[in-house]
Design a protein around this ligand. Structure first.
Ligand SMILES: Nc1ncnc2c1ncn2[C@@H]1O[C@H](COP(=O)(O)OP(=O)(O)OP(=O)(O)O)[C@@H](O)[C@H]1O
Ligand SMILES: O=P(O)(O)O[C@H]1[C@H](OP(=O)(O)O)[C@@H](OP(=O)(O)O)[C@@H](O)[C@@H](O)[C@@H]1OP(=O)(O)O
Ligand SMILES: [Mg+2]
Ligand SMILES: [Mg+2]
Length: 345
């Protein structure tokens, strides 16, 4: 929280009376505090996130958004209470790391090293299968996967040795914000793997009835939406089809799926305790506050789910009521900072 310059100098009321009521002084002080959020976002992200409704709600609560000039040193800008960022490239991450070291009082959303971990599709899912979610009304798995760094005959043999079952989803190993890092393929047989361009992860395709759950996380808040996904692959298709096929970004469409059109066994949302348990663990393990999780339900099961993807600062513009959720989140950051200062002083 940043103090406004126009703070009253003493407990003096409008009509000049000097009172001993410190509460009203504190209230005035409280109202005049501002929260300044510096943002460094791609133009696409700025368009989808900094919508007029968010800015209006923010202004009413004394929250202002200030664009960070990437051509100027960060420490010369601000001062900021929060830095919200999603930009491409390691250079930017170095700038943020350096800034955070010099300004530990600023909340950086989120730390670059934590983001980096989920920009690699191998480290992204590491450890998830070991999370203990007993008593959470369900089970969380990750698909079997392996990393391919070079396209050699031995690497295609390794697929068989690793015991991966076709079809496999081939995903670029690194997510670097480019369209290419989201170009995915479905590979039906071992020979066709030679057509793919490493480095990539090969991940078993899990039948899930064509519906995916996007689990959005903003601090402590969780919101789930349904999205269309790839249809099941039948045994007949597995036997007859060969080759690799690129598929579109089917689940990133803004349209949420209307539950009424779907088989309820496929459409039913994952159990709340399971989501809460998973998110609590991931938030702590990853050290992120802004992310979403792509989850699918294993076809034919009620409570077996696979995490297939985690995204940093995803398309929140597509999350219902995101504006209010973010305002509450920013205010909670301000409150936490305020409490910390009170504690110290
Ligand atoms: N193992 C899998 N089994 C079944 N379907 C999958 C699997 N992996 C991916 N998919 C499908 O492919 C889509 C894209 O995969 P994924 O989410 O990993 O890619 P992405 O490029 O990181 O997507 P995003 O736009 O969410 O960042 C998923 O939303 C889902 O529809
Ligand atoms: O906006 P960005 O460029 O950050 O794109 C992100 C995209 O959000 P958008 O919907 O606003 O495009 C996200 O979609 P949802 O999961 O919410 O569907 C998800 O696909 C991220 O992986 C993308 O981030 P990237 O992997 O490219 O860094
Ligand atoms: Mg995804
Ligand atoms: Mg992703």
């Amino acid at each position: 929280m940043r103090d406004n310059n126009m703070m009253p100098k003493g407990n003096e009321t409008d009509d000049g009376e000097v009172g001993l009521n410190t509460t009203s002084f504190e209230q005035v002080q409280q109202q005049q505090k501002k929260l300044v959020i510096g943002y460094a976002l791609t133009s696409k992200k700025k368009m989808s996130f900094l919508q007029p409704k968010l800015e209006v709600l923010a202004r009413k609560k004394g929250i202002s958004f200030v664009s960070i000039d990437q051509d100027k040193p960060l420490s010369e800008q601000g001062p900021f209470d929060v830095v919200l960022h999603k930009l491409l490239g390691n250079e930017w991450h170095d700038v943020i790391e350096d800034y955070q070291q010099k300004h530990p009082e600023v909340t950086v959303l989120d730390p670059p090293c934590a983001i980096q971990r989920i920009y690699n599709r191998q480290s992204m899912l590491q450890g998830i299968a070991d999370i203990n979610l007993a008593d959470c009304d369900g089970m969380i798995c990750v698909p079997k996967q392996m990393v391919v760094l070079k396209n050699t005959t031995s690497s295609t043999n390794e697929v068989a040795e690793a015991g991966l079952n076709f079809p496999l989803v081939a995903k670029p190993l690194l997510v670097d914000g480019t369209a290419k890092s989201h170009q995915l393929f479905l590979a039906y047989d071992r020979l066709s793997l030679a057509e793919l361009e490493p480095p990539l992860v090969l991940q078993e395709f899990v039948n899930h009835g064509g519906v995916l759950f996007k689990v959005f996380v903003v601090g402590d808040v969780i919101k789930v939406v349904r999205r269309f996904s790839l249809p099941n692959v039948s045994n007949c298709e597995k036997e007859k089809v060969a080759g690799v096929f690129q598929f579109p970004r089917v689940s990133s469409s803004a349209a949420s799926v209307d539950k009424t059109d779907l088989d309820p066994r496929v459409a039913e949302l994952p159990p709340k305790p399971l989501l809460e348990g998973l998110v609590r663990e991931l938030r702590n393990r990853l050290g992120l506050r802004l992310f979403n999780i792509d989850m699918i339900r294993e076809h034919g099961s009620r409570d077996v789910f696979y995490v297939i993807d985690i995204n940093y600062f995803p398309g929140y513009g597509k999350m219902p009521d995101y504006e209010q959720v973010f305002i509450d989140f920013f205010l909670s950051l301000a409150q936490a900072k305020h409490n910390k200062i009170q504690c110290v002083s």
